[in-house]
Design a protein around this ligand. Structure first.
Ligand code: ATP
Length: 277
């Protein structure tokens, strides 16, 4: 599989806090990677670095196009689908209108967007809700809308930040099945989660993050072998046994929501029409 993204010695500091600390990793096309760690481990910061939303304080992130040439990270934007922690939907629009707004910004015609959306919405048991206004949607429904929005332009790489957070058991399972389907279609997915068991179900490769560092990177059996343990949970505990640092987030969620939206929007000239969070 060809290399898609590389991170070399990447550090991200916020004042005294080193949120990501010297991370080097390679992501190849077709990888389904689980980024697993506790609160404050650095997962969200790492995802934001990988998609170019944050600039590293040190180190570099490189996007490798299919012909093997190295490109600046902003060239990844059109090929990226993102489901951020905060969905940033426009509450005056229906789910489908939110998705269509996004697909039009990516130059996708409405018929293609609708066909693609309906296909994935059926997988998520969400087709009936596509024409409802998102105001008043449950967290799970917002998550599903954000996931469909992320998929509508056929991204080459999908970044999911806690995609099953707030979903019921059945919906979480549907999301996992959707990710597996994307894997079968050759997509690349990076999936951040607190839940080790979930990562084990979905991902071929698991990266354990703790206190901003990568503690291990491999298949579940490689992680168990490395730590001499007989379960992934024991491997995780052994790799993260030192005390986790405190979590202090100074930036407001509204600001972060706006930053994600600017990333999801190819042209910065587009006027905002409201948001749900
Ligand atoms: P969670 O699972 O709780 O969402 P996480 O693994 O995604 O956590 P990050 O959100 O990346 O972790 O945070 C890593 C560290 O960086 C934490 O100590 C956090 O307080 C700090 N941090 C993250 N974003 C900021 C910010 N914008 N300003 C200041 N500190 C930040």
């Amino acid at each position: 599989m060809s290399t898609l993204l590389t991170s070399q010695g990447v550090t991200k500091e916020f004042g005294d806090v080193v949120a990501v600390d010297g991370v080097s990793l390679n992501l190849s096309r077709g990888d389904i990677v689980g980024l697993v760690g506790g609160n404050g481990a650095g997962k969200t910061t790492m995802l934001r670095l990988l998609c170019g939303l944050y600039r590293p304080s040190n180190g570099s992130i490189t996007f490798h196009s299919a012909d093997g040439s190295k490109k600046p990270i902003h060239e990844l934007r059109q090929r990226l689908g993102v489901v951020p922690e905060s969905t940033g939907l426009y509450h005056r629009l229906t789910a489908w209108e939110n998705i269509r707004y996004h697909s039009r910004l990516h130059g996708i015609d409405d018929d293609t967007a609708w066909t693609r959306t309906l296909r994935f919405a059926k997988s998520l048991d969400f087709a009936e809700d596509l024409h409802r206004h998102t105001r008043g949607f449950s967290r799970g429904m917002r998550q599903k809308t954000a996931l469909l929005r992320a998929l509508v332009h056929g991204p080459e790489i999908l970044l999911l930040d806690e995609p099953t957070g707030g979903l019921d058991v059945t919906s979480a399972r549907m999301v996992r099945e959707l990710v597996s389907k994307l894997r079968d279609e050759g997509g690349t997915v990076i999936y951040s989660t607190h839940h080790l068991a979930e990562a084990q179900m979905v991902c071929d490769r698991i990266i354990i993050m703790h206190n901003g560092q990568i503690r291990s990177d491999g298949t579940p059996s490689e992680l168990m072998h490395e730590t001499g343990t007989d379960s992934l949970e024991n491997a995780y505990v052994s790799l993260t046994s030192d005390i986790a640092r405190a979590v202090i987030k100074e930036e407001s969620e509204t600001r972060i929501s706006k930053m994600w939206r600017s990333l999801l929007t190819p042209s910065s000239k587009n006027k905002e029409v409201g948001e749900d969070e």
